[in-house]
Design a protein around this ligand. Structure first.
Ligand code: NAD
Ligand code: ISE
Length: 338
């Protein structure tokens, strides 16, 4: 079965995913596209022979749409995801699932009432080969019980529109998700420390920030978010356990020795760093839908947890305090205690 996908939001990542669904993976076709900027929708739809529809509701309702991809701005996600659930259609939503805990819970409740998982959230790091290897090592017990995790999330630069809360909401949200999954643990408190600010930032921005998370099992995580590091897009993660450590590999790159230097390239953006992860994420999503399986990737509950934890991190940044994350108990539908 070819899965017919309708896309809501034809901006940067929407176009990337349309290219991925139509040119990289098999088993999918993009049949409908919408964007509040109609010219953008036309530009994205024409090369793949998709129809342009007036809005997200029309995409969800379309007879030739089996599954919905939401790649619009974060504050609009909840409405489109809830529409897809009401229509009983699988929906892949780029992060964040929603921008408030209340909206995330509305999605969680709607999906649970539907009785089958329909929602997958676009936390692609779970599909990265390096993180998957790390998870296998941790789960095997080879490094013993994890105690500390050191992480860094560095972007070369960000535009003036990037604000201090976005370090948590837009950037660290990826570590929040991948670490909950990697450690099979929950983040219970968060704190932010701001070192000397880089002169390479816009004046309103606190950059870098060091986030300190504590998990239910007592694991301590330190995460440096540095979004004007200049030199490249660099993702680091090292888990230290009772009997050893495991470190995320850098992407494979040739070594060059010339002019008295030995070097390897550092990538410059997330598109290149996680290209294979995005491909795997969509390959698995489409393959599951094609055979009628429920999605197995990050769930609406994971989306809720990420939104609550990153909001608490913004509160920690603004108040200077350690903030408890206060997640609701996980419902049985999402694997919690019945
Ligand atoms: P963008 O601004 O380039 O694109 C968003 C598009 O959505 C725009 O074309 C806008 O006109 C359209 N849009 C907004 N509201 C709409 C609505 N209600 N209906 C239809 N179209 C609408 O932004 P982007 O960088 O592509 O980011 C989009 C989403 O993807 C964001 O939620 C962002 O956080 C997420 N994202 C994820 C990753 C990742 O690494 N997984 C990377 C970048 C962006
Ligand atoms: C962006 O939205 C992403 O999701 C990228 O993965 C992240 O590295 C970047 O900091 C965000 O702004």
């Amino acid at each position: 079965m070819t899965v017919r996908v309708g896309v809501i939001g034809a901006g940067w990542i929407g176009k990337e995913h349309i290219r991925r669904l139509t040119g990289t993976i098999t088993g999918a076709r993009v049949t409908a596209v919408t964007d509040i900027d109609a010219a953008r929708a036309r530009e994205a739809a024409a090369p793949v022979g998709a129809r342009v529809l007036p809005d997200g509701a029309a995409v969800v309702a379309a007879d030739d749409v089996d599954a919905v991809l939401v790649t619009s701005w974060g504050p609009t996600h909840a409405e489109h995801v809830l529409n897809a659930i009401a229509a009983g259609k699988p929906v892949f939503c780029e992060k964040p699932l929603a921008t408030s805990a209340e909206d995330c819970l509305r999605i969680v409740e709607a999906e649970a009432a539907h009785g089958r998982r329909l929602v997958q959230v676009g936390f692609m790091r779970r599909y990265d080969a390096g993180y998957r290897q790390m998870k296998r090592v941790i789960d095997s017990g080879r490094i013993g019980e994890p105690l500390i995790v050191h992480c860094a999330h560095r972007n070369p630069t960000v535009p003036q529109s990037y604000t201090s809360p976005m370090a948590a909401l837009d950037t660290a949200v990826h570590e929040v998700d991948v670490l909950r999954w990697l450690l099979d643990d929950e983040i219970v408190s968060t704190q932010v420390v701001t070192p000397r600010a880089t002169s390479k930032r816009f004046a309103h921005l606190k950059d870098p920030q060091i986030m300190l998370f504590e998990t239910a099992k007592g694991i301590r995580i330190d995460l440096e978010v540095f979004v004007n590091c200049q030199y490249g897009y660099d993702i680091q993660c090292e888990a230290v356990g009772e009997e050893g450590l495991v470190r995320l590999p850098d992407p494979a790159a040739v070594e060059v020795r010339t002019a008295g230097q030995h070097s390897t390239e550092v990538l410059t953006d997330w598109v290149g760093r996680f290209r294979d992860a995005f491909d795997t994420e969509f390959r698995e999503w489409i393959a599951g839908i094609a055979v009628g399986d429920e999605p197995t990737g990050p769930s609406a509950w994971d989306g809720y947890a990420a939104t609550v934890i990153t909001a608490a991190t913004v509160e920690a940044l603004e108040s200077g305090r350690v903030v408890a994350t206060d997640l609701k108990p996980r419902p049985a539908f999402y694997g919690g205690a019945a």
